[in-house]
Design a binder for this molecule. Structure first.
Ligand code: NDP
Ligand code: MG
Length: 384
C-alpha cells in the first residue's frame, strides 16, 4: 500500500472544508490531514484538529480570549501563518478553500513550494490568473481544479490529443430566481437569495449563484485553468445541476461529466488524482428519470454575468475589479445595507471608475484590490 498523501486544508471550517473532511474520513488510509486553517471559528477548528490529530492549526483572526488547542496540535495566529501553512514542507497537497481574494497569497505560496494545489478558491485565479499560472509553471506546482464545473472539464480532457479542445461549456442552475419575474428582483430578501435550489454552500457563493456572478467568475477561472480565449467559453442553464461541464472537441463531439450536486465528487477526484476510488456519496440513479434540460442564460436577468463576460473580454485588471467590487457588494447585501439589484450597479459603477492596468506584480494587484474595495465601499455608503 502506498503512503498516505499529506494534506493541508485552508478554510477547513467552511462548506468546502466540510465536504473535504468527508472525503478524508472516507479515505483515511490514503489521506492524512496535517494542517488546517480558519478565520474566526476557533472552536470548530479545534474540534477538527482533535478528530484528525493534526499537527498545525491556524486562525487568521486573533481570538478575543486565550484558547488552548488540543493534544499535539501547534497553534498559529494571523494571516501570515496561513501563507506559511500553505508552503508546509511535509505537505503533498494543499486544498485552498478560503473564500475571497484573500486566497491569492496562500495559493501562490503553495505553488511556489511545488505543491499539488486543489483549488476551490476561484477568486485567486480571477484576481491573479496570469501570475498564478506562471508561478505554477515556474516552480513545478500543479493546480487541480476542485470547482465542480472545472473539475468536470478537467476530467473530460484527460487523455485527449493536444489542440483538440474547441470550447468548454459550464453549466449553471440559474439559482433561486431563474423563473422569478424580473420586476420582482428589487424586493429580493437575503433569506430568499440564500435559498439555493440544488447546492448547499457558503453564504458568499450562494449569493453569487443567485446573481450568476459565480458563473462569471467561473468563466474567468476556466480561461486560466485551460488556457482558453473568451470565445472558447460558454455558459448554459441546466436547472438540475447533474451535468457540471461539457467539453466540445474540434470534431464536434461533446463529452460531459455527471454526478449528483455535491462537492465531495469533485474534491475527491482532485485530491486523489489520478487515482479513482469508491465515492463518499451514491452516484446517479438511472433507474429513475433524470431531467437533462439545457437553455441559454438571459443577460437581462443576470447582469452580473454580463459584467463578468465584459471584464473577461477587457482583460488586464478588469476581472480583479469585477471581483473586488462583487465581494464588497455581496458583503453589503448580506449586512442588509443594499438591495439585491444594487449588487450589479455597484460592480458596473466600480468598473467604470477604475483605471485598468496590465500587471503580474503581486504588490500592484494587492494595491488595486484594496483601492477597488474603497471605491465600491464609497458607493455602498452613498446608497445606504
Ligand atoms: P465558506 O464561507 O463556507 O467558508 C470559508 C472558509 O474560509 C472558512 O473556513 C472561513 O473561516 C475561511 N475564511 C473566511 N474569511 C477568511 C479570511 N479573511 N482569511 C482566511 N480564511 C478565511 O465558503 P465556501 O466553503 O462555500 O467557499 C470557499 C471557496 O470555495 C470560495 O472561493 C468559493 O467560491 C469556492 N467554491 C465553493 C463551493 C461550495 O460548494 N461551497 C463550490 C465551488 C467553489 P471561518 O469559518 O472561521 O470564518
Ligand atoms: Mg462551481
Amino acid at each position: 500500500m502506498s503512503t498516505p498523501k499529506k494534506v493541508v486544508l485552508l478554510g477547513a471550517t467552511g462548506s468546502i472544508g466540510d465536504s473535504t473532511l468527508k472525503v478524508i474520513r472516507k479515505h483515511s488510509d490514503k489521506i492524512e490531514l496535517i494542517g488546517i486553517s480558519a478565520h474566526s471559528q476557533a472552536d470548530k477548528l479545534f474540534k477538527i484538529a482533535k478528530e484528525f490529530n493534526v499537527q498545525h492549526a491556524c486562525l487568521s483572526q486573533a481570538p478575543h480570549e486565550k484558547i488552548n488547542p488540543p493534544g499535539k496540535t501547534q497553534f498559529h495566529i494571523g494571516q501570515q501563518s496561513i501563507i506559511e501553512l500553505a508552503a508546509l514542507e511535509e505537505a503533498d497537497v494543499v486544498v485552498v478553500a478560503v473564500v475571497g481574494s484573500i486566497g491569492l497569497l496562500p495559493t501562490l505560496a503553495a505553488l511556489r513550494a511545488g505543491k499539488q494545489v486543489v483549488l476551490a478558491n476561484k477568486e485567486s485565479l480571477v484576481v491573479g490568473g496570469q501570475l498564478v499560472t506562471e508561478t505554477a509553471q515556474k516552480y513545478g506546482g500543479k493546480i487541480i481544479p476542485a470547482d465542480s464545473e472545472h473539475n468536470a472539464a478537467f476530467q473530460c480532457i484527460q487523455g485527449q490529443p493536444d489542440r483538440s479542445l474547441q470550447s468548454v461549456i459550464l453549466t449553471a442552475s440559474g439559482g433561486p430566481f431563474r423563473d422569478l419575474p424580473i420586476n420582482q428582483f428589487a424586493d429580493i430578501t437575503i433569506e430568499q437569495a440564500l435559498n439555493h435550489p440544488n447546492w448547499s454552500m457558503g453564504k458568499k457563493i450562494t449569493v453569487d449563484s443567485a446573481t450568476m456572478a459565480n458563473k462569471g467568475l467561473e468563466l474567468i477561472e476556466a480561461r486560466w485553468l485551460f488556457d482558453l480565449t473568451p470565445d472558447q467559453l460558454e455558459v448554459v442553464i441546466h436547472p438540475t445541476s447533474i451535468v457540471h461541464a461539457i467539453v466540445r472537441f474540434v470534431d464536434g463531439c461533446c463529452i460531459a461529466q455527471m454526478t449528483p450536486p455535491s462537492m465531495t465528487f469533485a474534491l475527491q477526484n482532485a485530491i486523489l488524482f489520478p487515482e479513482r476510488h469508491e465515492g463518499v456519496e451514491e452516484s446517479l440513479d438511472f433507474s429513475k428519470s433524470l431531467d437533462l434540460e439545457f437553455s441559454p442564460p438571459s443577460l437581462e436577468r443576470y447582469p452580473c454575468l454580463r459584467l463578468a463576460q465584459e471584464a473577461m473580454l477587457q482583460g488586464a485588471t478588469a476581472p480583479l475589479v469585477f471581483n473586488a467590487a462583487n465581494e464588497i457588494a455581496v458583503d453589503s447585501f448580506l449586512r442588509n445595507r443594499i438591495g439585491f439589484l444594487d449588487i450589479s450597479h455597484i460592480i458596473e459603477n466600480t468598473l467604470n471608475k477604475s483605471d485598468l492596468i496590465s500587471t503580474t506584480s503581486i504588490d500592484d494587484l494587492l494595491a488595486l484590490d484594496a483601492s477597488t474595495r474603497e471605491c465600491a465601499n464609497i458607493q455602498v455608503d452613498l446608497l445606504g
